[in-house]
Design a protein around this ligand. Structure first.
Ligand code: ATP
Ligand code: LTN
Length: 334
C-alpha cells in the first residue's frame, strides 16, 4: 500500500489574513497539498476564546474559507471544513482536558500574552485552547502540522498529551510533527519589528492584509521601520537590524532568493530601492490571490457545497478516533 501521510492545519476567523499568516502557514499548506492527504479547517471554536461579534464571525468564517481557496488550496484535492461543523473536536477536546495538567497549560506563551491583552476576559477556554488544538490534530492522525513559529509550543504540548495518553491506553494517537517554512515562519510587525505581525494589531500600518490594495501595500512597506545604516544585510539576532531582517525575510519568501543573493542584488542601493522591490514582489504575489478571492465572492453556493462536503469527510475520519478513545477510557457504547 502506498498511503499518503496526512496533514492537518487551520487558522482562526479572527480577522483578515495577514502576510504573516500567509507566509507562516497557508503558503506551506498550498506547497504541501500534492504530497500529503490534507485537511484544512477554519478554527471558529478557537476564535471564541476572544469575544466575537456573531454576525461578523459568520462572515469571517466564510471569508477565510474563501481565502484558503483563493490562495491555491484545491477543494478537489483537500478536505476543507469548518471546525464547529464536526462535533468530534469538542468531544475529544473534553476527554483530553482530563489528561492535561494546569501546570503545563499555564506555561503557554500565547495564554500569557492573551491574558495580558484581554485582561477583562481571561476565560477557561483561553486556558484550555491548546487542548482543543491537540484534539484537532489527533482526531485525524495527522503526521505533519504546518504552522508559524508562534504555534510550535502548542504542537509540543499536543505531542506530550498524546504520548501520555498512549502510555496509559496503548498506541491510540499518532505523534505529529510541526512544520515551519524556511523563510517566513515568523513575520514581524512593520512598525514594531520586535513583535510578530498580527491581524489583531490596532495599528494597521503594522501588518499587510491579503486584501490590502496595491497602493496601500506599497505605502505600508515604504513606511516600515528600519535603521540608519542603509546596508541591505541580514544579521540574525541583531535587534537594530530587526526591520531590515524582516523585509529581507519577506522578499526571500516571495522570490526564493537567499539572504546573500539579496545582499548582492541591492549592494550599493539604499533602503528606498529595496523597499520598492519588496513592495512590488508582494503586490505581484498577492494580485492573483485577490482576483480569485473577488471572483469567489459572488459564488456562495459553491462555498456552501465545499464546506458541507468537507465536514462530512472530516467527520467520517474524526468519529472513528472518538469511538476508539471512548472505548479505551471505558465509556459504555450506546
Ligand atoms: P490572532 O492575531 O487573532 O491571535 P493569529 O494570526 O496569530 O491570530 P491564526 O489566524 O490562527 O492566528 O494563525 C494562523 C497561522 O498563521 C498559524 O499557523 C500561525 O502560526 C501563523 N502566523 C500567525 N502570525 C504569523 C506571523 N507573524 N508570522 C508567521 N506566521 C504567523
Ligand atoms: N492555534 C492555531 C490555530 C489552530 C490550529 C489547530 C493550527 C487551531 N487548531 C490545529 C494547526 C492545527 C493558530 O494559528 N493560532
Amino acid at each position: 500500500m502506498n498511503e499518503k501521510l496526512r496533514i492537518f492545519s487551520g487558522a482562526q476567523p479572527s480577522g483578515t489574513i495577514t502576510l504573516g499568516n500567509y507566509l507562516g502557514a497557508i503558503k506551506s499548506w498550498v506547497d504541501l497539498q500534492n504530497d500529503y492527504e490534507c485537511l484544512y479547517a477554519v478554527m471558529d471554536m478557537h476564535s471564541i476564546t476572544v469575544r466575537q461579534n456573531p454576525a461578523e464571525l459568520r462572515k469571517r468564517t466564510l471569508d477565510l474559507l474563501k481565502m484558503y481557496i483563493a490562495c491555491g488550496i484545491d477543494p478537489e484535492k483537500n478536505i476543507i471544513f469548518v471546525q464547529s461543523h464536526v462535533p468530534s473536536h469538542a468531544q475529544l477536546g473534553w476527554v483530553l482536558d482530563c489528561y492535561t495538567y494546569m501546570g503545563e497549560l499555564s506555561r503557554m506563551t500565547q495564554f500569557k500574552d492573551k491574558s495580558k491583552s484581554h485582561a477583562d476576559n481571561i476565560n477557561a477556554g483561553l486556558f484550555t485552547y491548546p487542548v482543543l488544538m491537540a484534539a484537532d490534530i489527533l482526531l485525524y492522525g495527522a503526521d505533519l502540522v504546518p504552522v508559524g513559529k508562534d504555534q510550535m509550543q502548542h504542537i509540543e504540548i499536543c505531542r506530550d498529551i498524546a504520548t501520555r495518553f498512549n502510555g496509559i491506553y496503548g498506541d491510540v494517537f499518532k505523534i505529529p510533527d510541526g512544520f515551519m517554512p524556511k523563510a517566513g515562519a515568523k513575520v514581524m510587525s512593520l512598525q514594531e519589528p520586535s513583535k510578530k505581525m498580527s491581524k489583531s494589531d490596532p495599528n494597521p500600518k503594522g501588518y499587510i492584509s491579503m486584501l490590502d490594495e496595491p497602493n496601500v501595500i506599497a505605502k505600508k512597506i515604504k513606511s516600515a521601520v528600519t535603521d540608519s545604516e542603509g546596508v541591505v544585510e541580514y544579521r540574525e539576532g541583531d535587534e537594530t537590524k530587526a526591520g531590515i531582517n524582516n523585509l529581507m525575510t519577506i522578499y526571500s519568501a516571495m522570490t526564493g532568493s537567499s539572504m546573500d543573493s539579496i545582499t548582492s542584488e541591492f549592494s550599493g542601493h539604499g533602503y528606498g530601492d529595496f523597499k520598492s522591490a519588496v513592495a512590488e514582489a508582494v503586490v505581484e504575489h498577492i494580485r492573483p490571490i485577490r482576483e480569485e478571492y473577488d471572483r469567489l465572492s459572488s459564488d456562495k453556493a459553491y462555498l456552501e457545497q465545499i464546506y458541507k462536503a468537507g465536514a462530512e469527510k472530516a467527520e467520517a475520519i474524526a468519529w472513528k478516533t472518538v469511538r476508539t478513545v471512548y472505548k479505551k477510557i471505558g465509556f459504555l457504547a450506546r
